[in-house]
Ligand binder design. Structure first.
Ligand code: COS
Length: 393
């Protein structure tokens, strides 16, 4: 079997990424958390990832390291390596890591120095759990159609409405929440706020059970009072801020899918060499070899698109070119999540009855991968984004 860190030799990466990938792979092999209670396990992963410095890649270092980050800026290639490696071993560990990044990403991009100092070091240490609240019951793919409103009231804001499918809902310490501040203005009338979990008028108790258990909830805002300084970024600048945050994290969703696909392929290779039938091993059959070949190519195609998107974003940051990588991130997310679903399905099929037995790795991967084709922009949204970009080029 190819080394699980062979891809780090690709020219997309620098030595800092190679070192990170190898250290994390070694560390993850030694970690075991009982994940039977997803909320408890998610909090434990955040503590463990924080205590061992891995969450420091979710935020920038800031001046003299004051914001707690490991690197000067949010680094897309580091995020991609972290998520791919975590997801290979534990999709829930990946989830815990990813939400710290997605939930604090808008603060990194647009927070005031005071907001950044109040939240980012605690995200990096695991002392605060973060969440990103964009979707609503009637506004998923059409994020601009959200109805949750924030109205300026006295020297603060009053928020009313509801958000749903909110990862870390119920366990987060704060929610970066997108609201309508000018209901007539569509995507140009949305503003972001940092809503602390103990804000008066916020109810996060409605837990949503899903096929691959992880903390997920509906949030209800009933005359929820926020201070003036809870506003995050420009008034009415929230939609762009949400999209810029997603531009960074969509490529990392692709990486998580890639990690799961690599694991499924590794499981399939191991199983096919061990399983005996008709006097030989499963791996001796050409049908098996053809399947494994197809799976490996699907994994590598996803990897190249994922690393390209991450590398392009880091280059755009390094050069200060401001070039958007929206279409490249969309291609990576679409291809990696769709390919991973196929690879995991093929690995499960190869396992026969064992593939559907609860407790088998490919069985849990089969459930884990499914939501990645939906959240942070469903495959169909990525197709639209890519299509628009192609037409504009
Ligand atoms: N970076 C910066 N600005 C962006 C941007 C990006 N990646 N994407 C869009 N914008 C800007 C556009 O430039 C446009 O600006 P102007 O008003 O100045 O012209 C504005 O945002 C609106 O863009 P657009 O017209 O493309 O928005 P649409 O409503 O047509 O569609 C989609 C946008 C469908 C692509 C968007 O709503 C989307 O990504 N939806 C999925 C949301 C999602 O991921 N939900 C899951 C939540 S996280 S689990």
């Amino acid at each position: 079997m190819r080394s699980t860190t062979a891809h780090l030799a690709l020219p997309f990466f620098d030595d800092v990424h190679r070192d990170l990938g190898r250290r994390l792979a070694d560390w993850m092999r030694q970690q075991h958390i009982d994940e039977s209670d997803d909320r408890k396990a998610c909090k434990e992963w955040v503590q463990l990832l924080g205590a061992n410095q891995w969450l420091r890649y979710c935020v920038p270092a800031g001046k003299d390291g004051a914001l707690g980050g490991a690197l000067e800026k949010l680094d897309s290639r580091a995020l991609v390596i972290l998520r791919e490696t975590l997801a290979f071993h534990s999709p829930l560990a990946d989830f815990a890591f990813a939400m710290q990044g997605l939930g604090s990403g808008a603060i990194t991009l647009a927070g005031t120095p005071a907001q950044q100092a109040a939240y980012l070091p605690q995200v990096a240490s695991g002392a605060k759990i973060a969440a990103f609240a964009l979707s609503e019951p009637d506004a998923g793919s059409d994020a601009g159609a959200m109805a949750t409103s924030a109205v300026s009231a006295g020297n603060g804001w009053t928020v009313n409405g509801s958000k749903t499918w909110i990862s870390n809902g119920g366990i987060a310490d704060f929610y970066v929440t997108f609201t309508k501040t000018d209901p007539q203005a569509g995507t140009r009338g949305i503003t972001a706020f940092i809503v602390d979990a103990d804000s008066q008028g916020l109810d996060t108790s409605e837990h949503i059970a899903v096929m691959a258990p992880h903390p997920l909830a509906t949030l209800k805002f009933t005359h929820c009072k926020l201070p003036q300084d809870a506003q995050l970024g420009a008034l009415h600048g929230g939609f762009k801020l949400a999209m810029q945050t997603l531009d960074i994290f969509r490529a990392s969703v692709a990486a998580a899918a890639l990690g799961m696909a690599r694991r499924a392929l590794a499981e399939a290779v191991r199983f096919s060499k061990e399983r005996k039938m008709f006097g030989q091993t499963l791996a001796d059959f050409q049908l098996t070899q053809a399947k494994l070949g197809e799976m490996a190519a699907l994994v590598d195609a996803a990897a190249l698109l994922t690393y390209r998107a991450a590398w392009m974003r880091d280059e755009s940051e390094r050069l200060g070119s401001g070039a958007r990588i929206t279409a490249e991130a969309a291609m990576a997310k679409m291809t990696a999540t769709e390919n991973a679903q196929k690879v995991i399905d093929m690995a499960l099929q190869m396992h026969g009855g064992l593939g559907v037995k609860v407790g088998t790795k490919v069985e849990s991967l089969y459930r884990d991968i499914r939501s990645l084709r939906i959240y942070e922009g469903a495959t169909e949204v990525q197709q639209l984004i890519i299509g628009k970009a192609v037409l504009q080029s």
